[in-house]
Design a protein around this ligand. Structure first.
Ligand SMILES: *[C@@H]1O[C@H](CO)[C@@H](O)[C@H](O)[C@H]1NC(C)=O
Ligand SMILES: *[C@@H]1O[C@H](CO)[C@@H](O)[C@H](O)[C@H]1NC(C)=O
Ligand SMILES: *[C@@H]1O[C@H](CO)[C@@H](O)[C@H](O)[C@H]1NC(C)=O
Length: 233
């Protein structure tokens, strides 16, 4: 728990530092307006957004892989907590957030899992948590998995519509290097939380280059920025 707490204190202080006048002594975390923010996709060929930015989250979690018969890993999902970093936009260090936080995330012992981070967020009702990212069966075709971003537990608790299931439109290698998972552009397959989703500034998340068919599934830690545009929230 020490590591979990410390990671959260760091994240909390990062968020608190940008709040000039905390509204309460317990430091609640307002969401800042990012509608004029620029989603920096420099170095990639991802398309420009068609809608204005609505949310920006720092994703901390794992990518899941299974070993295919070809001896290489195939991605089979992910689980991540999304922290609201809207008030850090434009502050020094914003561009390095995924790198900074990945140092702590990678140093955390194996006992600290995304599920534990999520449980911690629920227990302490952390107001700087936006929600969770995980995979669900494609709600349109009923087969295959699609990524979902679900803000019904935190940012819009009690509103069952505060989610988006994404459909991948564009997938490019991370310009930051081959150990970072791809940058993505998705649009909403279902849900009105957002019209577009970007996964950029990724750190980590890539599996080993090869595997022995039949070996266990693995999870690989990653951090990422998730930008959401449009939407009805
Ligand atoms: C991915 O792994 C996590 C454990 O980190 C697990 O909770 C989750 O269900 C897995 N998701 C999929 C789609 O395999
Ligand atoms: C690995 O993950 C795949 C896809 O989620 C699943 O079908 C399979 O049962 C898992 N394999 C093991 C060994 O857990
Ligand atoms: C996508 O999100 C928008 C909200 O901005 C909504 O109007 C639209 O119905 C959503 N599309 C689907 C297929 O759910």
């Amino acid at each position: 728990m020490i590591w979990t707490s410390r990671t959260f204190v760091i994240l909390a202080s990062l968020a608190c530092a940008s709040v000039a006048v905390p509204t309460t002594s317990s430091c609640t975390f307002p969401r800042c307006d990012v509608s004029s923010a620029v989603i920096e996709t420099d170095g990639s060929t991802l398309p420009a957004p068609k809608y204005t930015p609505s949310f920006v989250g720092l994703g901390v979690g794992t990518q899941n892989y299974t070993c295919a018969s070809t001896g290489t890993y195939t991605n089979v999902g992910a689980l991540a907590e999304l922290f609201d970093i809207s008030c850090l936009y434009g502050e020094p260090g914003f561009d390095e957030l995924t790198s900074t936080v990945s140092l702590f995330w990678n140093a955390a012992p194996p006992v600290i899992t995304p599920a534990e981070i999520i449980a911690f967020g629920e227990k302490f009702d952390l107001s700087f948590v936006l929600g969770e990212h995980y995979f669900v069966v494609n709600p349109v075709t009923g087969s295959g998995l699609n990524p979902k971003w679900d803000f019904t537990s935190h940012a819009f608790a009690g509103n069952p519509n505060a989610y988006v299931v994404g459909s991948k439109v564009d997938d490019v290698p991370a310009p930051t290097g081959s150990s970072d998972i791809d940058w993505l552009y998705l649009t909403n397959l279902t849900g009105s939380l957002a019209n577009e989703i970007y996964r950029i500034e990724t750190k980590g998340g890539q599996p080993p280059a090869s595997c022995t068919p039949g070996s266990n599934n693995i999870t690989v830690k990653y951090t990422s920025l998730y930008w959401f545009t449009g939407g009805a929230f």
